[in-house]
Design a protein around this ligand. Structure first.
Ligand SMILES: [Zn+2]
Length: 254
């Protein structure tokens, strides 16, 4: 039975640590210190490191952990990451060493050019592409790429648990309310996520079903989202990608 822990790093990053009581696997270790502290406290052996994209707050601790534990590292084929030895792309499948988890790899460019997701066994690690009630900024990709990438994630089973890279949920919900003030699921979600933060708990993981019901970036064909984007743009928007681009820009200045 694999358990998944949120190990906080920096201001609002989560390093996800999967473990079965003996072996542990770290996803997006931006810093090695909190992972080392977790392993020391639990007595677990690190058997692999996974990385979704090249940003330092996701891979800064990868090389040091791999060296210390002599374990393999898995990450995007199309990005340069120091210490990465298994380079993966769309359609690849891996059995995660130590845990026997079978995960599929998806290319999900947009936030970065080579960003990947690991999905399977009812969960997805999607880095800075899909956030709880939001999505990543377009640093290296286009709106069209991000719409495609989010579409791939949206087609996973609805019960899929979504493990993303940052605790941005409450701020994302405030923006989502500006886009869809009448969305009842969003109001209900806000209360639930606020209660988790008040208890000092992560809001993550969410589920894909919850994202489909409340995340404006997955709802670019919903009439209410289209109308809000058009009001903000001051013009008619033809395609879902235009709606997405408008709300992404709106969020940047929110
Ligand atoms: Zn990033």
């Amino acid at each position: 039975m694999v358990q998944i822990h949120a190990v906080p790093a920096f201001k609002d990053n989560y390093i996800w640590v999967l473990e079965d009581g003996r072996h542990a696997v770290a996803v997006d270790p931006g810093d090695d210190a909190p992972v080392r502290e977790f392993l020391g406290r639990t007595g677990l052996t690190l058997s692999a490191v996974l990385a979704t994209h090249h940003h330092a707050d996701h891979v800064g601790g990868l090389a040091a952990l791999a060296r210390e534990w002599r374990c393999p590292t898995f990450g995007p084929a199309r990005e340069e990451i120091i210490g990465l030895d298994r380079r993966l792309g769309d359609g690849d499948r891996i059995v995660v060493p130590g845990l026997d988890l079978l995960l599929s790899v998806f290319d999900i460019p947009g936030h970065t050019a080579g960003h990947i997701a690991f999905a399977g066994e009812g969960l997805v690690f999607c880095g800075d592409t899909l956030f709880a009630c939001g999505c990543g900024r377009l640093f290296e990709g286009t709106a069209a790429q991000m719409v495609d990438s989010l579409g791939k994630l949206a087609r996973l089973p609805q019960a899929t648990r979504v493990y993303c890279g940052h605790e941005y949920t409450l701020a994302n919900i405030r923006f989502a309310e500006a886009v869809e003030p009448a969305n009842a699921r969003l109001k209900e979600r806000k209360a639930r996520e606020q209660a988790k933060r008040d208890r000092g708990e992560p809001t993550l993981p969410s589920t894909l079903a919850e994202e489909l019901a409340t995340n404006p970036f997955l709802r670019c064909t919903e009439p209410g989202v289209v109308a809000a984007a058009e009001r903000h743009a001051g013009r008619h928007l033809e395609a879902p990608v235009e709606v997405f681009a408008e709300i992404r820009a709106w969020k940047n200045s929110f």
